[in-house]
Design a protein around this ligand. Structure first.
Ligand SMILES: Cc1ncc(COP(=O)(O)O)c(C=O)c1O
Length: 446
């Protein structure tokens, strides 16, 4: 065990008094019975006690190339010793430009402009602001409405939270931003339970956008934002024809279509981006997570050239009054370039296609297992939905998560849904172990 891991172990006993207010965590529960990780490599974490844990979630859907990849680690080490920070407001540094070029190379044609942020949440808010500013730049400033979708997750900042469709956010933090509305989600278990890949039914859910246009007047709507595959709200795969129909309605009414690709970006669906997998191209798409293999926090918003050009008209001056101190941070760019090298050298952005069927079969082999009411999959993502325990929603899945961790597997749960999304380097025996262990856990959880 290394020294850092040891010191974490020593302090674990008094975590109950810890100063760390943990995000999206039941703090009191956790601090009584902590689950700590101290080291990571490839497909695995190790606890401070030295117990190996198979990473079934790529950290938080982000460590796409696996943990502590030497090329990325070395690039960050080199960069921090060369130039720790440099501003990108009216100044620049070469690797920010280089990284943007690298990203444009893997984006769909016509997306050669990239705006850097520091997280998925910032990417969402940046995309929404670009949409509003774009319409204003073209003399359509009356387009102020933003449309999201129920069960959508676009991070925790006010813009993304407002267009997101999570009840917990609405209840606690209120509506957030004026002029926001939501179309319905696409989950329809009565017709689509146990679908393999894209469900057959539900393209017509996109027609809700037409209803919204009729209600609000389409010339007041700036943008629609959706996750191509909704992740955090329980893995909702778009029904066949749904994204195509959304695209068609947006185009017809001059509304910008934004894809939130924070989870789906960088190979998770067997293509660099979900738009390439589904053949539906948005006007703006947001990324983060796999952008730097999560080694250094970073996000990036990809924008169609035509949008960028609209900003470059008129008198010279700051075209978009927006940015973050750490936009294009040197360490993040160094990590990102090395990440793209790793993805390219190992073919990771398209690797999933070669074993997606195996993954799908492994996931659906859990049909009939105790508590399981639905299984969904797309690319290297799978969701196993459990019947909620009466009077205690979420409890059964949470207990499964704890048991799985104790048995050496990291899974993720959201409500009563188990979501699996390992690093893209996963091998078949690890897939077997992942689903095999989840099956065992479900047989023992009450
Ligand atoms: C689709 C989507 N958008 C945005 C975010 C927010 O990203 P971050 O936590 O980096 O702010 C997430 C995080 O899981 C996400 O899944």
């Amino acid at each position: 065990m290394n020294k850092r891991a040891e010191s974490v172990l020593l302090r674990a006993s008094d975590l109950e008094q810890s100063a760390f207010w943990m995000p999206f965590t039941a703090n009191r529960q956790f601090k009584k019975t902590p689950r700590l990780l101290a080291r990571a490599e490839g497909m695995y974490y190790w606890t401070p006690e030295g117990r190996q844990v198979l990473d079934g979630t790529a950290g938080l859907w982000c460590v796409n190339a696996g943990h502590c990849r030497p090329k990325i680690v070395e690039a960050v080490q080199r960069q921090v010793a060369t130039m720790d920070f440099a501003p990108t407001f009216q100044m620049g540094h070469p690797i920010a430009f280089e990284f943007a070029e690298r990203l444009a190379r893997i984006a769909p044609p016509g997306f050669s402009r990239v705006f850097f942020t520091n997280s998925g949440s910032e990417s969402a808010d940046t995309a929404l602001k670009i949409a509003l500013a774009y319409h204003r730049a073209r003399g359509e400033g009356q387009r102020f409405r933003l449309i999201g979708r129920e069960r959508g997750y676009h991070g925790v900042n006010f813009g993304g939270m407002a267009v997101g469709g999570l009840q917990a956010n609405k209840r606690v933090f209120g509506p957030g931003v004026a002029g926001v509305d939501h179309i319905r989600h696409t989950h329809d278990p009565s017709r689509n339970a146990f679908s393999r890949g894209q469900p057959q039914h539900g393209a017509e859910f996109a027609d809700e956008l037409e209803r919204m246009c009729a209600l609000h007047d389409p010339s007041t709507i700036a943008a629609v934002i959706v996750e191509p595959v909704a992740g955090s709200a329980g893995v909702l795969v778009p029904p066949k024809g749904y994204l195509e129909r959304l695209r068609e309605i947006c185009t017809r009414h001059g509304i910008l279509l934004i894809f939130d690709e924070v989870i789906t970006g960088f190979g998770r669906l067997g293509q660099p981006f979900a738009s390439q997998r589904f053949g539906v191209i948005p006007d703006i798409f947001t990324t983060a997570k796999g952008l730097t293999n999560a080694t250094v926090p970073m996000g990036a918003v990809f924008v169609r050239d035509t949008l960028y050009e609209a900003f470059m008209q008129g008198a010279e001056g700051i075209e978009l009054f927006h940015g973050y101190t750490y936009s294009g941070h040197p360490l993040a760019c160094a990590a990102g370039i090395a990440t793209m090298d790793t993805y390219e050298e190992e073919g990771l952005l398209t690797r999933v296609g070669s074993f997606e069927k195996y993954w799908e079969d492994a996931a659906h082999s859990l049909k009939g297992t105790r508590h399981v009411v639905d299984i969904r999959n797309c690319g290297l993502i799978a969701a196993i939905e459990l019947e909620p325990r009466q009077g205690a929603p979420g409890r059964r899945a949470y207990e499964a998560f704890v048991k799985a961790f104790e048995g050496g597997i990291l899974i993720r749960v959201t409500g009563d849904i188990i979501a699996l999304s390992p690093p893209l380097i996963v091998e078949k025996p690890q897939i077997d172990r992942l689903f095999g262990h989840v099956r065992e856990v479900l047989e023992t959880v009450p």
